[in-house]
Write a protein that binds this ligand. Structure first.
Ligand code: NAD
Length: 345
């Protein structure tokens, strides 16, 4: 009997709707190709586009809708920058569902320039606290203070997830922090990682300061397997890492909690490209692939990965960021076509 999942779809702002549409084409092909998988898509609203209508970027009815689904596919959303505006929709959803780990793979892909062909690392970042905790104050005119919250509990959770991932990879976790300066907060984070690591004797755990890590990602990225770090460090390092293997158009991320997962491209809403049918949908397609993996639909997830790699290797249909002239829509169509073709072989 076909296994059915309810998937929330939040297309978001800017280029969000077009990359999401291309991804849904691919998910449609996956369902046709693997007859024992059914995805019931539930479309919802979130993002800047909601503020005028609902007064917020994550309406209560969207949160209720997400609660009734197995996972969420999320497009990028524009974050309003005014002090009084609602905070980032992604941050709100991550907190609401305690999606404590943000997992961003960075792997060299066929047919795409990479700094080194053997790059294969994952950045796992704590996703609910750190400097992105969202508490900032202007204590007096011209003097601002931001809170950097780090708890042992959240740090241990993300460390455990990093060690679990490493078990099925090269069994190497690198803890990235800045404890020499941020002695309290990064002291707690570091201690939590090394404490959890004791439960994983087969995993080698070492540590690197974040500034050194920014350099070593360029110098010797192939030496890293799983990098675990705090929220903002991970956000910055994962954009850097994306650029080592083809850029933001290919970088996907998973937000993982104990009971829910939200999957999205690493990139933002790129407003200047909105509606131009020009940007690369592959990052969102690979996010959907991570969602299938999370749902334990390994066969379906492999179908997507294989098709993406074939299309990249052939280098006939690709968007401007990879030196091509194809549209967003064409890339989605081509990956979907490959999935169906592979299934009929
Ligand atoms: P961005 O990632 O949207 O775009 C930066 C540049 O990267 C683009 O101008 C483009 O050159 C390139 N790019 C991004 N996506 C691409 C794609 N799919 N294909 C090809 N090229 C691509 O970053 P930004 O301009 O700093 O942010 C725009 C908005 O997105 C901001 O409001 C920001 O807060 C928001 N944002 C949201 C999320 C999220 O929803 N999780 C993540 C990051 C940024």
């Amino acid at each position: 009997m076909a296994k059915t999942y309810r998937i929330a779809v939040l297309p978001g702002d800017g280029i969000g709707p077009e990359v999401t549409e291309a991804t849904l084409k691919v998910l449609d092909a996956v369902q046709k190709a693997s007859k024992d998988l059914k995805l019931t898509l539930v479309h919802g609203e979130a993002g800047l586009n909601c503020i005028e209508k609902y007064g917020t970027n994550v309406p209560a009815k969207t949160v209720e809708m997400l609660k009734a689904t197995d996972a969420c596919l999320k497009g990028p959303m524009t974050t309003p920058e005014e002090a009084a505006a609602p905070r980032s929709a992604a941050v709100t959803i991550r907190k609401a569902f305690n999606l404590y780990a943000n997992v961003r793979p960075c792997k060299a892909l066929p047919g795409v320039w990479a700094l080194s062909p053997d790059i294969d690392l994952i950045i796992v970042r704590e996703n609910t606290e750190g400097l992105y905790f969202g508490k900032e104050f202007e204590v007096s005119p011209g003097k601002g203070v931001a809170m950097r919250v780090v708890t042992q509990k959240a740090s241990e959770k993300v460390a455990r997830l990093a060690c679990e991932l490493a078990l099925n990879r090269r069994r190497h976790v690198t803890c990235v922090h800045k404890r020499n300066i941020l002695r309290v907060t990064d002291g707690i984070f570091r201690e939590a990682v090394f404490k959890v690591a004791k439960d994983y004797p087969s995993v080698k755990v070492d540590e690197v300061y974040v500034d050194a890590m920014a350099m070593r990602l360029i110098k010797e990225p192939q030496r890293f397997d799983v990098i675990v770090t705090t929220n903002m460090f991970g956000d910055i390092l994962s954009d850097e890492a994306a650029q080592l293997v083809g850029g933001l158009g290919l970088a996907a991320g998973a937000n993982i909690g104990d009971d829910y997962g939200m999957f999205e491209p690493v990139h933002g809403s790129a407003p200047k490209y909105a509606g131009k049918n020009k940007v690369n949908p592959t990052a969102t397609i690979l996010a959907a692939k991570m969602m299938l993996e999370y749902l334990n639909e390994t066969k379906a997830s492999n179908l997507v990965q294989k098709a993406v790699e074939q299309v990249l290797r052939e280098a006939k249909v690709r968007t401007y960021d990879l030196g091509g002239t194809s549209t967003t829509h064409e890339v989605g169509e081509e990956i979907a076509r490959k999935i169906l073709e592979n299934a009929s072989l």
